[in-house]
Design a protein around this ligand. Structure first.
Ligand SMILES: *Cc1c(COP(=O)(O)O)cnc(C)c1O
Length: 410
């Protein structure tokens, strides 16, 4: 796509089969929002649903709403809606807790059942995933965590590996691992595979059933647009009936409201719930999941690849002499839905872009991440964002002191 003009980008938008999906979000027309891989935009309908839930279901219905408004199995119903996006049966997915907590439960369940051996992960895995893997490995069998470079993960799976865990799409580079190949290699040595789908769910077609996956977790506030801190999900393959969540709370009980003295796990992924679900947050997520009800994920993938290719070619054409490099795979087949460029002043550049209405984010030490949420990102957004990036670099205004004030969230 070298040398696209803005008119070319406009033509691509006019031909985009997903163009109409942009209207399903409340987007500020004065912003170019390329950070939906960190926090997805607000779906239309969430605000009204929350207003109704608060005023009517909570305000008037009070405790009766657990039954009358269906709060009691809302998390399972939303999990069932999410299941289609990860290639799972409805009973294999439940919405609960955060990704960090769900990863702990998934790793604990798998390691309590696994044979002797190490936990294998990659050294660029997301920090919380590394922290939790270390804790779970220690607590469930006194195991060692072996960290290898992501490119060597597949080859590092060997006899003596009890469990493999990593992230499907790398949060820094956007590198997409072959989920089926890694899972198969794990199974060949008798190991289980636990996947983190945070940066792929909602952007990359996923088929956990076809891959024979064991367990997976993921968050819902990135490409699923569930809102800040929206609850995460857990997938447990139906065949793993014997795996038990180490947090055996009452919402994972087969009959929560029998108030029995002994824990008996519910069937399906529902047993990986622990306590009372955050109903306001789950209700918002349900509206966000309905956005995907009629979406063809192969169209999402094709658009994501095209947006990424446009961004890379424009950045190289417009910004190469300003010290911009590419941290993401050039080949769209090995890339998720974000593209990371490199620059020593990444943090300051991201602040200068924000001041010009282009929202992206930085990750240490030198990454500028462009999240390309395919449901609402237009080709002209990519074109305009790179135009602004070029202007920032040319003017050098990112080095002005106002743009190096450090915020807590980069
Ligand atoms: C965003 C993200 C998380 C976030 O975990 P929380 O518990 O929801 O804060 C975890 N892992 C990966 C790979 C992520 O991208």
């Amino acid at each position: 796509v070298g040398a696209w003009t803005r008119a070319d980008a406009e033509r691509a938008d006019a031909a985009d089969p997903l163009a109409g999906c942009r209207a399903r979000f409340e987007l500020d027309p004065s912003l170019i929002y390329l950070d939906g891989n960190s926090l997805g935009p607000l779906p239309t309908g969430v605000a009204a649903r929350l207003q109704q839930l608060v005023s009517e279901e909570w305000g008037r219905g009070l405790v009766r709403s657990w039954n009358q408004a269906g709060w009691v199995d809302l998390a399972e119903r939303v999990g069932a809606k999410l299941a289609r996006l990860v290639g799972a049966a409805e009973s294999e997915v439940v919405v609960a807790d955060s990704t960090s907590v769900n990863l702990y439960k998934a790793l604990g369940a798998a390691l309590a059942a696994a044979g002797p051996g190490d936990v294998l992960t990659d050294d660029g895995n997301f920090p919380t995933d590394l922290y939790i893997a270390e804790a779970a490995a220690r607590q469930f069998g006194g195991r060692r965590v072996r960290r290898v470079p992501r490119a060597e993960l597949l080859g590092a799976i060997r006899p003596g590996t009890a469990l493999v865990t990593t992230t499907h799409v790398d949060y820094r580079s956007g590198h997409l691992l072959d989920l089926a190949a890694v899972t198969e290699a794990a199974h060949r040595v008798g190991a289980l595979a636990v996947w983190d789908l945070c940066h792929s769910v909602g952007a990359v077609p996923i088929d956990l059933s076809a891959a024979g996956a064991d367990l997976a977790v993921g968050c819902t506030y990135k490409y699923l647009n569930g809102g800040p801190g929206s609850p995460a999900f857990v997938y447990v393959a139906g065949r793993h009936r014997d795996l038990r969540s180490p947090v055996s709370g009452w919402f994972g009980h087969e009959d929560t409201f029998a108030f029995g003295p002994e824990y008996r796990p519910a069937a399906g992924a529902a047993r990986f719930q622990a306590g009372t679900p955050p109903i306001l947050a789950v209700a918002a997520l349900e509206v966000a999941m309905d956005v995907f009800a009629d979406i063809d994920m192969s169209q999402v993938r094709a658009k994501s690849a095209a947006l990424g290719e446009l961004l890379i070619s424009l950045a190289e054409e417009r910004c190469r002499e300003h010290g911009i490099g590419l941290a993401s795979p050039r080949d769209a087949a090995s890339r998720g839905s974000h593209v990371s460029l490199t620059h020593p002043d990444a943090y300051e550049i991201v602040q200068a872009l924000a001041a010009a209405g282009v929202i992206v984010d930085s990750r240490p030490p030198d990454l500028i991440r462009f999240g390309l949420g395919p449901l609402y990102t237009r080709f002209v957004d990519v074109w305009d964002a790179i135009q602004v990036l070029g202007e920032v670099l040319e003017s050098g205004r990112h080095v002005a002191s106002a743009h190096s004030t450090r915020h807590v969230v980069p």
